[in-house]
Design a binder for this molecule. Structure first.
Ligand code: GLC
Ligand code: CA
Length: 541
């Protein structure tokens, strides 16, 4: 077994986690001061969103120096101390690795754009204009063309994200070697691995309009593995938006020596109109949602490994998007925790999820920080959408939802900062905060602690086979996990209404293992399920 197979990983978005010096921006000393909390929660690793030097066009996902810490976050000494202090508590630090692109302020790009003959020219993707315009019609994820014209040398460079995020040219061997050298610098510091940003794009062939899953993608990853990860006890998780189960097996089959696992996003994209953008939303079909989650559980059963998550710094808060963040906030937050943490794979918790933090509500675009939402708003306003429509969808899907400061206590600014936070603290911090949750045994936080402990204590949670029950039930999600003659049943009423459940599960029932309504018994043949009730029981013969 690898350590990450029974691990639970906690994502820290550093800007919003804990400020230590009153400048309103979370920082590394702030994270260090909260390690005891993470130890108490029981997590094994922190995935740290980028803390590298960056002009912050995309909040650190535009890196100008991979081997320097942004002064807002602290110093390299702080970073080294974070690694050591975390390790003391058996917590590993998994760094975010953003190597599909750099910042345009990275020294490589500064050189590259100087002249066509510069030794770094070929570190990026430069092309001549075609008929006085861009080489083709590829679009950037943050709006507009993926090609940006540079007056200086009269060529276009390629960028999948903002124009301040030029894509590296992975076909250039020197680019790859430079990335591997940088990775080894971090691995030698004793980090626990990497989360690899949009890694499925590195094999792109922009001239052929291939962006994700390019032909050389897996060759590059095998080369990367050989040059950096081989022989080290670390984990890697690739961010892969368009991945299929077949492809996920290519990445995560241990025999292939690529990555430990990937993030697939199918289950969080079922609220989008097919083949449109994340902003074109639709109702989620619950039955399809169960099918998709089940497909991933079943397909990666023997080869490969799943990552399990509901939200991250790019996605809305789980309790607001899929649960009910008013009347049943506590029940529904616990329900989604239970559903996810009883599945097979490595679960990820996004900061604040463990206390049921909610989406934010804005009324004006001036309140938005996120470049993706702002660009979309401006683009669509020009296309004729109304202000109200756009604000509505930003409130549902915008990335700032997940990025509001962590709510630690009921003091001013929720204990996040002594100053003015870079993004406002949510007004509900007086009720929703860590202090309050620690004090109440019935809190969402305690459910997360319990679930993390269950995974540690029960091989069934880590290794058990998964089987979906009642696939056509319109509001109940029920599945079994079985391992070495032991079976657990997980039943969740994913609705705000009481459900009368009748099933053909005829086994007698043993202990209740988890219940978000503190139930002491449960009969799967016939049961009344409360709104957002979730329960885990042992099935006997
Ligand atoms: C990933 C990151 C996101 C970032 C983008 C470009 O999707 O999670 O935050 O904006 O890559 O680096
Ligand atoms: Ca600070």
């Amino acid at each position: 077994m690898k350590w990450w197979q029974n691990a639970v990983i906690y994502q820290v978005y550093p800007r919003s986690f804990q400020d230590s010096n009153g400048d309103g921006i979370g920082d590394i000393p702030g994270i260090i001061s909260r390690l005891d909390y993470l130890e108490h929660l029981g997590v094994d690793a922190i995935w740290l969103s980028p803390v590298y030097d960056s002009p912050n066009d995309d909040n650190g996902y535009d890196i100008s120096d991979y081997q320097a810490i942004h002064p807002d976050f602290g110093t390299m000494e702080d970073m080294d101390r974070l690694i050591v202090e975390a390790n003391k508590r058996n917590i590993r630090i998994v760094m975010d690795l953003v190597v599909n692109h750099t910042s345009d302020e990275h020294q490589w790009f500064v050189e590259s754009r100087r002249s066509k003959t510069n030794e770094y020219r070929d570190f990026y993707i430069w092309r001549d204009p075609v008929n006085g315009g861009p080489p083709n019609d590829l679009k950037a994820a943050f709006g507009g063309s993926a090609w940006e014209y540079d007056e200086e040398t009269e060529q276009y460079y390629f960028h999948m994200f903002s124009k301040k995020q030029p894509d590296l040219n992975w076909e250039n061997e020197l680019v790859r070697q430079s990335v591997y050298t940088m990775m080894n610098y971090w691995l030698d510091k004793g980090i626990g691995g990497f989360r690899m940003d949009v890694i499925d794009l590195i094999g792109k062939l922009p001239d052929e309009k291939i962006t994700s899953n390019g032909p050389k993608l897996h060759d590059y990853l095998q080369e990367l593995h050989e040059a950096t990860l081989k022989g080290r006890d670390v984990m890697t998780v690739g961010e892969t938006w368009g991945v299929t189960p077949e492809n996920a097996k290519l990445y995560s089959d241990t025999e292939r020596h690529e990555l430990s696992m990937v993030f697939q996003f199918e289950h969080v994209q079922l609220d989008e109109q097919p083949n449109q953008s994340k902003w074109d939303i639709k109702e989620i079909d619950f039955i399809e949602w169960k099918e998709v989650l089940t497909k991933w559980q079943v397909e990666l059963k023997d080869n490969g490994w799943n990552s399990l998550f509901w939200n991250n710094h790019d996605l809305p808060r789980v309790v607001s998007r899929y649960g009910n963040d008013s009347e049943y906030r506590i029940e529904s937050a616990k329900l989604f925790a239970i559903l996810l943490h009883l599945m097979k794979g490595t679960p990820y918790i996004f900061q604040g999820e463990e206390i049921g933090m909610t989406n934010r509500t804005i009324e004006s675009i001036d309140e938005v920080d996120d470049i993706e939402s702002i660009n979309m708003y401006n683009e669509r306003l020009d296309e004729g959408y109304t202000h109200d429509e756009l604000i509505h969808v930003i409130n549902i899907k915008g990335r700032d939802n997940a990025r509001t400061p962590m709510q630690w206590d009921d003091s001013r600014q929720a204990g996040f900062t002594m100053g003015e936070p870079w993004l406002p603290v949510q007004p509900n911090y007086k009720e929703i905060n860590v202090d309050e949750s620690r004090d109440s045994s019935d809190s969402i936080l305690n459910t997360y602690r319990q679930l993390i402990k269950l995974r540690k204590d029960n091989p069934l949670v880590v290794w058990g086979d998964y089987e979906l029950l009642l696939p056509d039930h319109p509001s109940v999600y029920a599945y079994k996990r079985s391992y070495k003659g032991k079976t657990w049943l997980i039943v969740a009423n994913v609705s705000g209404k009481v459900e009368y459940l009748v099933s053909n599960v005829t086994n007698s029932v043993g202990d209740v293992i988890v219940s978000n309504y503190n139930k002491e018994s449960f009969d799967p043949k016939e049961a009344v399920l409360e709104p957002y009730e979730a329960i885990v029981v042992e099935l006997l013969d």
